[in-house]
Design a protein around this ligand. Structure first.
Ligand SMILES: [Zn+2]
Length: 493
């Protein structure tokens, strides 16, 4: 038995300024054949899960293509039509060459947005279907997926993460892997139900271990105890302006339409009942930082400030407030500014005192550049092995990163691009004394919580201007469904 494996995954922020080209993808790298299945040093993933399922069942996996993150990583906007066409063709031709296969497993994201291709994941699956015929095709998705019936109509199984921070890629990969193997053997007949509850929500409200999403995932697990093979919910990715944006429910059972429909409807109704909890106002930078300083002065510390909507990495709103409001003992963990970083590398060395103007260069929404004077306490590459829950065991590397000591135990890290530490490791790699801080500012929505909630007394999200705000009504959508709650035309009064 041979199962083809491929991965082509992108969470496209269509409100970010720079498009994602084929060159961006090729610089990120394409892995073919056995290299596509080599997960050494990368931590756990969907593919390690596929591999474990295949190993237990003595099935051969055939690596087709794994597209690594493009050069633009998280800040990339619309994929060009060319990039989608070329990479899809590489996948389809790779599969064609390996036929006959008995099944195909695709690790996708679900929030890819491509110019001229309305539903890229469904489109890719249709193209794969054309060359493989009636063998099972199953996909795994991130829970930030925007999908609808077109995907359900094309594949035999959809399996979505249940954790945000995302910690269960391996488990979901294994569930999908076992399902496809049993389906090929004739021991399982996948039947799917799907619903689209018509809700759009900001990522910052979607943490899986907190209300309201915890209720949803607990409900999924209850149905799985009652015989559903896998109940999946994607709350969706609001920052891709695509026609299938918003939450979706996918349920897979073993040959039981009635159970699949009952489960999908029940979870759909639960999501609808929780729709108001999926939006709540967050403080802006000024009032947020003031509240944090008050908490610290009253002994509630350390605090993590989640600067959740700075996807471009150059945002200065929170850093500016920390400086102006007289905060001490803090670390701003990333202001992206490659120009300044390269200038420091050319002209300076560790120990120098420098005055630099950092951040606020990609887009006016990021805030003004900030001038600071400090001693260079780190300047150069950084290497570490991730020990936190996110990507545990992965080897990480930064080509160039700097940290400035601004006095009064105030620190700012200058990076090439958005650098959100998923644990203390990326800061310790720069020699920073993390436990001496009262405040750590991280440009992340939820992922950082997997580690930092164990370190901090409180995680405090703020909502300064940014490309991925909590208040979605501030974004200029062009493809929004008419009836999507709470910002579709239907809900405007
Ligand atoms: Zn995600």
């Amino acid at each position: 038995m041979r199962v083809g494996i491929s991965s082509f995954s992108h969470e496209t922020c269509t409100f970010c300024p720079n498009i994602t080209t084929l060159e961006d993808w090729d610089v990120g790298g394409m892995l073919y054949g056995d290299d596509a299945l080599d997960t050494e040093g990368q931590g756990k993933s969907y593919i390690t899960g596929f591999k474990e399922a295949a190993h237990e069942e003595c099935v051969e996996l055939v690596g087709i293509l794994v597209a690594r993150s493009p050069r633009t990583v998280g800040m990339g906007s619309w994929l060009t039509t060319e990039s989608f066409e070329v990479i899809s063709n590489r996948i389809v031709e790779g599969i064609q060459k390996q036929m006959p296969l008995d099944g195909v497993l695709l690790a996708l994201h679900g929030a890819m947005a491509v110019t001229n291709v309305a539903r890229p994941e469904a489109e890719l699956c249709r193209r794969v279907r054309k060359v493989v015929g009636r063998i099972p095709i199953m996909v795994t998705l991130d829970l930030h997926a925007n999908e609808d019936v077109e995907l359900a109509n094309t594949v035999d199984g959809v399996f979505i993460l249940k954790t945000y921070p995302h910690l269960d890629g391996h488990e979901i990969g294994k569930i999908a892997g076992k399902c496809i193997i049993n389906t090929i053997r004739g021991n399982f007949k996948p039947v799917m139900a799907m619903r689209k509850p018509g809700i759009i929500s900001a990522s910052v409200y979607q943490a899986s271990e907190y209300f309201p999403m915890k209720e949803v995932y607990d409900r999924c697990r209850e149905w799985e105890k009652k015989g559903v093979y896998c109940a999946s919910v994607a709350p969706g990715f609001a920052y891709a302006d695509v026609p299938d944006v918003g939450a979706s429910v996918f349920v897979v059972t073993n040959d039981d339409h009635k159970l699949a429909e009952e489960c999908a409807q029940n979870i759909n109704d639960l999501l609808w009942s929780l729709r108001q909890a999926l939006t709540r106002p967050l403080p802006k930078a000024k009032e947020g930082v003031a509240q944090v300083l008050k908490m610290v002065s009253e002994g509630t510390k350390p605090v993590v400030i989640a600067y959740h909507d700075d996807r471009l990495g150059d945002g200065t709103h929170v850093f500016k407030e920390l400086l102006e409001q007289g905060a001490k003992n803090f670390c701003t963990t990333s202001i992206a500014d490659p120009k300044i970083l390269n200038k420091l590398e050319l002209e300076n060395q560790m120990g120098d005192t420098v005055t630099v103007k950092i951040g606020g260069w990609v887009h006016p929404i990021s805030g003004p550049p900030i001038t600071v004077t400090g001693r260079i306490e780190w300047l150069g590459p950084a290497n570490w092995v991730e020990t936190g829950p996110m990507g545990r065991g992965a080897r990480r590397h930064d080509d160039l990163v700097a940290s400035l000591d601004l006095g009064n135990n105030r620190h700012v890290v200058i990076s090439n691009r958005l650098r959100a530490p998923m644990s203390a490791d990326p800061l310790k790699a720069l020699g920073l004394d993390v436990d001496s801080y009262d405040i750590v500012e991280i440009k992340s929505r939820v992922h950082h919580k997997a580690y930092w909630d164990t370190w901090s007394a409180i995680d405090f999200p703020v909502d300064p201007p940014g490309t991925t705000p909590a208040d979605l009504s501030t974004l200029n959508y062009k493809n929004l469904p008419w009836d999507i709650y709470p910002i579709g035309e239907k809900w405007k009064h």
